[in-house]
Design a protein around this ligand. Sequence first.
Ligand SMILES: Nc1ncnc2c1ncn2[C@@H]1O[C@H](COP(=O)(O)OP(=O)(O)OP(=O)(O)O)[C@@H](O)[C@H]1O
Ligand SMILES: [Mg+2]
Length: 276
Amino acid sequence: MIHISDLYYAYSSGKTALYDINLHIQKGEFAAIVGHNGSGKSTLARIIAGIEKPGRGSCVIKGIDTRDKSKFIELRKTAGIVFQNPENQIVFEKVRDDMAFALHNLGLAQNEIDERIESVMKMMKIERFTDSFELSMGQKQRAAIAGVIAMQCECIIFDEPTAMLDPKGKKDIHGIIVDLHKKGFTIVYVTNVIDEVLSADRIFILDSGCIKHEFKRDDLLENVERLKNFSLEMPLIMDIILRLKGRNIAVDTSARTVDELVDSLARVADNEAGGI
Ligand SMILES: Nc1ncnc2c1ncn2[C@@H]1O[C@H](COP(=O)(O)OP(=O)(O)OP(=O)(O)O)[C@@H](O)[C@H]1O
Ligand SMILES: [Mg+2]
């Protein structure tokens, strides 16, 4: 689905933001790109979405070279991006007009546009949002995410989509993203908090402009110690699992959520009680 080969990117200031990037993401995959501040995550996210063009090397999404201007509309239909700053996403005063504009640009009929907007506003619990510029930052972020989901692009790139949301809002959005993945969308999720992407199929560590490490969801435990080398925090759930293991407490190391961990501990406790 996404094929980035030997990519280099420098800003006009001369700053090289990305170098030697080779990244191949399959259709339907949930890929996470994790890195410290300034590591190049947003630059890479914009490259994948075709908003920035590679300086050297190539970025091909579903067979479309992002430099091919003749395929611009096709590219927009294929890859959508939720920007790190929701204010970069909002153009119109009314939330519905903002969403409708992008859908008109895709050439959809008015009734299809209306249906999509109503359904996604309900899903995102933003039916009551009206004036874009009167929303809080967290509300703007929800509206921006809704606008991109309404486009139903096969591949959606989320650049720190929950940074401005409260804990309940974060949980809601993560649930929605996991559902989109289950429905077959290809997800690229950019963050500096690895806890947010424990349900990703693969995690790529971006460090100072280069992908320095990559591992699969199931290999997380063997890789957590390395995270410190890239100025990243160990996920809280892994910290707890390692501490329990350190005390010789039997624990399911594949647990990725508190619920899964509690269930596994309860199972062990039940078995032990049954065996007495
Ligand atoms: N418009 C720009 N002009 C020049 N340099 C830029 C520009 N935007 C970003 N950079 C530089 O490119 C590098 C990568 O920036 P980028 O925004 O991609 O990082 P990031 O990983 O998304 O950071 P953050 O976690 O803070 O969002 C940084 O060193 C940054 O200073
Ligand atoms: Mg960024």
